[in-house]
Design a protein around this ligand. Sequence first.
Ligand SMILES: Nc1ncnc2[nH]cnc12
Length: 175
Amino acid sequence: METYPITVGGVTRHVPLIEPLPGRRIPLVEFLGDPEFTRAAAEALRPLVPKEAEILFTTETSPIPLTHVLAEALGLPYVVARRRRRPYMEDPIIQEVQTLTLGVGEVLWLDRRFAEKLLNQRVVLVSDVVASGETMKAMEKMVLRAGGHVVARLAVFRQGTPGLAVDTVAELPVL
Ligand SMILES: Nc1ncnc2[nH]cnc12
């Protein structure tokens, strides 16, 4: 398997190069199962979190440990939008994502009891990779629908030119 070196906060990983769409190869970022890499990324993002932030908002799956470590360091709560409907969800916020970066159309789901935590809160969006920015846009719509205010959009890696302003700490190539 071909790999590519990615570095954040002085920690390097040689990750698989995947080809989600023909002719477009990208390094696959993965925080799951890698506390050292996750901590380095969270520490790099931490200075970008505005002082007034009250809660973090992320999506399944790889950004979850990242957001958890960041939230713990900041002493803030966080909520996670799911990528599948769960049978126990009541009155969820359901948001379509236009992204095709990973070759799949997607829908984000947020159970109402978690959406309520965003009401009237200053919310920071957290992601692992921002490429088209469509996932971030969908996350922002969910926060607005939940009655929250987005005060920052953060991702560890930027890949290409996202369609909205996102603060990042490292670059990923499209090969
Ligand atoms: N390169 C990447 N690695 C992991 N998740 C992604 N989502 C979008 N681009 C990605």
